[in-house]
Design a protein around this ligand. Structure first.
Ligand SMILES: *Cc1c(COP(=O)(O)O)cnc(C)c1O
Length: 367
């Protein structure tokens, strides 16, 4: 079985964890501080704060931005559910805007119509590893005085006009979950240039604490452990080489699949780099079998293809009940029906890539 995701763990990670175990200091300590310094440098921001998941990162960033019950947060319905649940956790209202058909990212042309006097934040997602249309999004945020937060959970190392994801918005959120481009099992990061936001996040991840037994507001235990930070430091050192391998794998697929009728390849905007957290194609009506038949056939050939995402977040009951949709979500619905992601991770061998390509050609030919 060629799996859709697989972490790459080397001797560096293993000995770094052993060092932490031997130190006796397992909870948040010097390794977390080291990770935060390195991550901020990597993204080109003043601060990076570690938390224990990408979901916690989004929750903390929205809190730092001042999101309160009744506020509205504009986001995309074509993402993982952890983009929207933290909005609800703060009692705010998610307002979803349809996506662009080529990049699958939020369509900036449709954002302005979604703004009301309750809008506080725009939370776009750099889906699959390609940054969204940031200059358009930032101008809207500036015009209406909104906080712009990147959900960069899938986009560590991706660039927009030579700037790294994480350094584009007022705040940005990353995940270090096991399947992400760099990982430590579970973990998250928030980047920002604002001292005030950084302080709020430091309190929020630790019970709202500003000093010994001084509590400024509600908080959680969202701390990352030094055990995990030790893994993440080593993974961050390898981020660029991991991403390069993903890009090379994508290039191989692009070359081999370009001529197959009914398959639409990933589209990359000229001013961006895509780090291919997912390599996602569309199976259109011109392909001999449906998307679902394609997924079944390729899985039967031992290839773990995935559908990210089969359902609009707006079709999920608790989100539809508390949220609002700004207009129709036709491109989201079309993407949910057509997309499929192929294995692209850096552990794939040349033979694995060839196996995937042959399998797809077989399905196209013998359908
Ligand atoms: C993975 C992911 C998250 C959540 O991260 P966790 O670390 O799993 O909590 C949020 N948003 C997007 C787009 C993601 O891919």
């Amino acid at each position: 079985m060629i799996s859709i995701a697989m972490p790459m763990i080397g001797n560096e990670e293993i000995s770094a964890v052993n060092d932490v175990l031997r130190s006796g200091m397992l909870a948040q300590g010097p390794k977390v501080a080291e990770l935060e310094k390195a991550f901020a440098e990597y993204c080109g921001t003043k601060h990076a704060l570690a938390v224990n998941s990408g979901t916690a990162a989004i929750h903390a960033a929205l809190f730092a931005a001042g999101v309160q019950p009744g506020d509205e947060v504009i986001t995309t319905p074509f993402s993982f559910i952890a983009t929207i649940n933290p909005i609800l956790m703060l009692g705010a209202t998610p307002v979803v805007v349809d996506i662009d058909s080529k990049t699958y990212n939020i369509d900036p042309q449709k954002i302005e119509a979604a703004i009301t006097n309750k809008t506080k934040v725009i939370l776009p997602v750099h889906l699959y590893g390609q940054p969204c249309d940031w200059s358009e999004i930032q101008s809207i945020a500036d015009k209406y005085g909104l906080v712009a937060i990147e959900d960069a959970c899938q986009a560590v190392g991706a660039t927009y006009a030579d700037k790294k994801a994480g350094g584009l918005g007022d705040l940005a959120c990353f995940s270090l979950y096991a399947t992400k481009n760099i990982m430590c099992g579970e973990g998250g990061m928030i980047t920002t240039n604002s001292d005030e936001y950084a302080d709020a996040i430091r309190r929020f991840r630790q019970h709202g604490m500003s000093g010994p037994y001084q509590y400024e507001h509600i908080g959680y235990n969202y701390r990352l452990t030094d055990l995990q930070a030790a893994i993440a430091v080593e993974q961050l050192n390898k981020a660029d080489s991991f991403n390069k391998k993903r890009q090379e794998n994508a290039e191989s697929f692009n070359n081999a699949l370009a001529s197959i009728e009914g398959i639409e390849l990933p589209f990359v905007e000229p001013d961006r780099t895509h780090v291919y957290h997912q390599y996602t194609i569309r199976i259109t009506d011109k392909f001999p079998v449906s998307r679902d038949e394609f997924v079944q056939a390729i899985r039967e050939k031992g290839i773990g293809a995935g559908v990210y995402y089969p359902k609009s977040l707006y079709s999920i009951k608790h989100i539809a009940e508390s949220g609002r949709s700004a207009g129709e979500l036709l491109e989201t619905e079309r993407a949910c029906a057509q997309v499929v992601s192929l294995p692209i991770h850096p552990m794939l061998s040349k033979e694995d890539i060839d196996t995937v390509i042959t399998a797809i050609k077989d399905i196209a030919r013998n359908a």
